[in-house]
Design a protein around this ligand. Structure first.
Ligand SMILES: Cc1cc2nc3c(=O)[nH]c(=O)nc-3n(C[C@H](O)[C@H](O)[C@H](O)COP(=O)(O)OP(=O)(O)OC[C@H]3O[C@@H](n4cnc5c(N)ncnc54)[C@H](O)[C@@H]3O)c2cc1C
Length: 433
């Protein structure tokens, strides 16, 4: 069965939803997700979103991001990120998102490797608040359709031009023809045995891009977050203990109760220190202690973390939290320009699946949601301008369910093999195909 839309967006995380909301209201847009709308990493984001506080902060913000990224960042893209940050945050406020405030305005917090407080947040559930508010807005838009449980399996292409995607929905195969296709399929955490990501986030966009010869960049730049909750028995994904806990004074302690690292160093530095400490003490975890803060403060500032830890018997107002590093984020991905265009005509990539180069080798905390906002908006603006001149082409493409299931397996093998070839050190951390 064939369907026709102006724009097909694959993924209902922040990058997908925000792209859709910025497209002209007269365009017929289809958003698809392989699971349910809320099952995306955007929904899990705790710490917040970075923003240049004012024009004086722009250069400092850029410098902090370069320092974290080992100067491997794409400076043009990074400048755009900083310059366009406050515009996009104001748009979120217009959409009704209520970031935490004090008497002076936003209540900015700080996280590792930021030299000033510039992270806005909704307590420790920023992602959930943002996604819920934007989703309400999406529901009001008559031009946007959402299909849940609809998995992109392949692109429909001809001569390096994208004409849509082949999907599998409730056991039925469809061709979705579109003038423009946006991949917003997120990262790769579901391919790792231990990750903070949803298990369903398995690098599908990158696998499909690889298969269709779309350029990929820095696939080996994988971020390991220093502090996920340590649980003896791993149930699905590891819960993140936000960097904001350290930003607000939380201390990392070894088994003897001693500090061993500056908690506000960049993520890679803190992760390395924890791995060393775990190795030396032959322990599977270290501690993150915030219990010296008042009960009221902890419950008000980190209500979600407090509740989740309590579920497994850890009262963080009384005890330190056992934490261990886990896969968290991919800095690399589908290579895009500053309008999120890939190397294939009429194919865009936004959010974690893309590689704008803003993060360099190591992402600065809370810059991911900002990247998704800034570059999805730029993609949407360009599409609004150009779409009139783009031809919609429908051509016969046969998809049998049997072959699609085989394609799905092949996609997984492609991405796993590519990861193994660029990061031999992670081979044992990856799931089996
Ligand atoms: C626990 C946690 C906390 C975080 N906290 C922060 C934070 O505080 N600040 C910050 O800046 N960043 C944070 N991050 C990182 C950030 O949340 C993500 O990088 C960002 O949300 C990615 O957004 P996205 O829209 O690109 O992808 P996602 O939000 O992951 O969405 C991906 C979407 O693609 C869909 N999809 C995937 N494959 C297919 C397919 N084949 N077919 C159809 N649909 C598909 C998925 O179903 C999903 O809807 C955090 C990440 C995690 C895991």
């Amino acid at each position: 069965m064939d369907l026709v839309f102006d724009v097909l967006i694959v993924g209902t995380g922040l990058a997908g939803i925000y792209s859709a909301l910025n497209l002209d209201k007269n365009l017929k847009v289809l958003l698809i997700t392989k699971t349910k709308v809320n099952e995306c990493n955007s929904n899990l984001a705790q710490g917040g979103i970075s923003v240049a506080r004012d024009s004086d902060d722009i250069e400092i913000f850029i410098k902090d991001t370069l320092n974290a990224g080992k100067d491997e960042n794409n400076l043009i893209a990074l400048r755009i990120l900083a310059n366009e940050s406050s515009f996009n945050i104001n748009k979120l406020v217009e959409f009704g998102i209520e970031f935490d405030k004090n008497e002076k305005g936003f209540e900015y917090t700080i996280e590792g490797a930021h030299s000033v407080n510039r992270i806005i947040h909704c307590k420790d559930s920023t992602g959930k608040e943002v996604i819920n508010a934007l989703y309400k807005e999406i529901k009001k838009r008559k031009n946007i359709t959402i299909f849940e449980d609809t998995q992109l399996i392949d692109l429909i292409t001809d001569n390096n031009i994208c004409y849509g995607g082949a999907v599998l929905k409730n056991g039925t195969a469809y061709n979705i023809f579109s003038k423009v296709t946006i991949l917003a399929t997120g990262g790769i955490g579901g391919l790792f045995k231990s990750s903070t990501n949803y298990r369903s986030i398995t690098g599908d966009g990158i696998a499909i891009a690889l298969k269709n010869n779309v350029k990929i960049k820095d696939l080996g730049y994988i971020q390991i977050h220093p502090t996920s909750l340590y649980e003896n028995k791993l149930r699905g994904r590891r819960m993140l203990i936000s960097e904001a806990v350290r930003g607000e004074g939380g201390k990392l302690l070894n088994l003897k109760g001693e500090r061993f690292v500056d908690e506000l160093s960049a993520r890679d530095v803190v992760t390395k220190a924890i791995v060393n400490e775990q190795f030396e003490t032959k322990s599977a975890y270290v501690y993150l202690d915030v219990s010296f803060k008042s009960n009221e403060y902890i419950k008000n500032r980190f209500p979600a973390i407090f509740k989740e830890c309590l579920k497994i018997g850890i009262n963080i107002t009384e005890k330190p939290i056992p934490v261990t590093p886990a896969q968290h984020y991919l800095m690399g991905g589908i290579e895009v320009d500053v309008y999120s265009r890939t190397s294939m005509t009429n194919l865009f990539a936004c959010g974690e699946v893309s590689c704008t180069g803003v993060h360099g080798r190591n992402r600065l905390a809370s810059n991911s949601l900002l990247e998704a906002l800034v570059f999805s908006k730029r993609a949407a603006d360009l599409i609004n301008n150009d779409i009139e001149n783009i031809e919609l082409k429908k051509f016969y493409k046969q998809n049998s369910i049997k072959s699609l299931t085989a394609i799905e397996k092949l996609n997984k093998r492609i991405i796993l093999d590519s990861l193994k070839s660029v990061r031999e050190d992670f081979v044992n951390e990856l799931v089996e195909c």
